[in-house]
Design a protein around this ligand. Sequence first.
Ligand code: IYR
Length: 248
Amino acid sequence: MPDDPTRPDSPRSLAREPEPYPFVPYRPERLSPERMRARAEEFYARMDQRRSVRHFSADPVPRALIELAIRTASTAPSGAHRQPWTFVAVSDPGIKREIRLAAEAEERETYARRMSDEWREALRPLGTDASKPYLELVPWIVVAFEQRHGVDDDGGKIKHFYVKESVGLACGLFIAAVHTMGLVTLTHTPSPMGFLTKILGRPEHERPFILFPVGYPAADARVPDLQRKSLDEVSAWDPPRGDAARDR
Ligand code: IYR
């Protein structure tokens, strides 16, 4: 048998660091170009319908759907596959109220004093303010925490890598999952968010990252009439080298 370093029992891999994960074949089905195109169009069209919503319904959402969104989030790639996130799901009305009151207190301070004029100006078209009634109304609040490090069975620290990138990716997948099941959410970042660590009893090495109210949109929900940047505005294709571009 040839020396295949992807095989855990090959001589070369035995000579290296211990392999924590044995390699297994990965052979996803290869789609026809037509099906690839159709699936890509369908996924894009669906994701392009997603909007951040601030007008929620109080209608209940089964826990199983929130579990699926968290499972989906947790499929995200992460630095050294450490999966440095904890998603804390809250349906208890008392805790939701506590979160609302603490978030509004921080937001009042933020809107009144902490925001720069430039920031306030940027938010004006979105019509946001310090009032967050939806935090009490929604069936679920899910708070994504970043784990600055992990903890092993003996209480020792496990190093985590690219924590913000990893948790950001997981949150993106969470949002996509929520949207695809017909629910809505909002990336809410009351700042500072330290109160969430306390209210939710999280350990010191976890930091709140994004708070997601999740539910159905209100029957009369409205969103700002915003446009997305065009493909041209968000991409560059085979760009000339930086120095060549300067010489043109
Ligand atoms: N966290 C505040 C302010 C806010 C900031 C940005 I940047 C937004 O895109 C929206 C809101 C709030 O939630 O109101």
